[in-house]
Design a protein around this ligand. Sequence first.
Ligand code: MRU
Length: 348
Amino acid sequence: MTTTAVLPYSVQWDNSHITLLNQQALPAITEFIELHSVDDVYDSILTLKVRGAPAIGLTAAFGVALGAKQETSTDLGEFKKNVKRHIEKLASSRPTAVNLFWALKRMENILLAAQSIATAKEALELEAKAIFAQDEEMCRKIGEHGLSLFSKGDSLLTHCNAGGIATARYGTALAPFHLAKERDFPLKVYACETRPVLQGARLTAWELMQAGVDVTLISDNMAAHTIQQKQINGIIVGADRIAANGDTANKIGTLGLAILAKHYGIPFYVAAPSTTFDLTLESGASIPIEERDGAEITYIQGVRVAPENVNTFNPAFDVTPHHLITSIITENGIITPGFAHNIPNFVK
Ligand code: MRU
């Protein structure tokens, strides 16, 4: 991996490699790194250099295209077996965001249908580019639908980073704020810092400030007080996997915010593209929840903040039950409760 100049998108396909905004280095350093192998892509997803459900999926898709391009086998069967191994490796990087598996399935279907190695390489590259373009389009539409729910001057609270850098562009939960900024539609955002790895403090605060959006950072334990004191009009978050009944997995801490929204009688919105739905799962109880290294809790930015050998529990996501969700904002429109019945009208 090497460092290059600043680029407009956080994930970019450069024919012989992928160029990635290193989200682990933000906000101290804005650096773009080059990924030259499937191993680089796997490592970048695992170590959160790229994170956020849609961004993981489209980066993995480019990873498959990259791996295929680098295959030297001249036998179609062997080529397909090798690329399938790349797909399996990338699928083992993180378990919760279904966008990863959705994107890899699309790539696998292209691989299986290919009649020659040359056409496979070309078609896989085209498919990854199509996944990227589709994500950008979906996020813009989510922004439009999301913005229709807000009034000028509203204050919204968000968690983690469901922004442009977590997607091809615009983001999901943050898309309405990017569009509002383009349109001179004033909105105020309160961003929870999002322990343990601070996606809110490091990424959402950075991204919204870059865009000129009015953002105020709070630590996670300030959410209740902030809702009570600052006339928060609603909470909007992204999602990593939404089950058929509307139960939603998102960054750890989301569930607590949904409970707070209920208590204070404010809306709780989930913003996600159709690619984040997993209609094979009846409820959130079956969503696999990633558990990460306890060092993410015992250290903050390399500094130990807890006794050595303390027991830790570090789930990266939680599941918000559907009855706490006011609506789910997708590219196809806004889904209202009665989710089990209504979701199929928006997500095929
Ligand atoms: O662990 P992360 O940073 O990948 O978790 C990300 C989130 O939980 C986001 O809210 C979600 O993926 C939506 S990103 C548009």
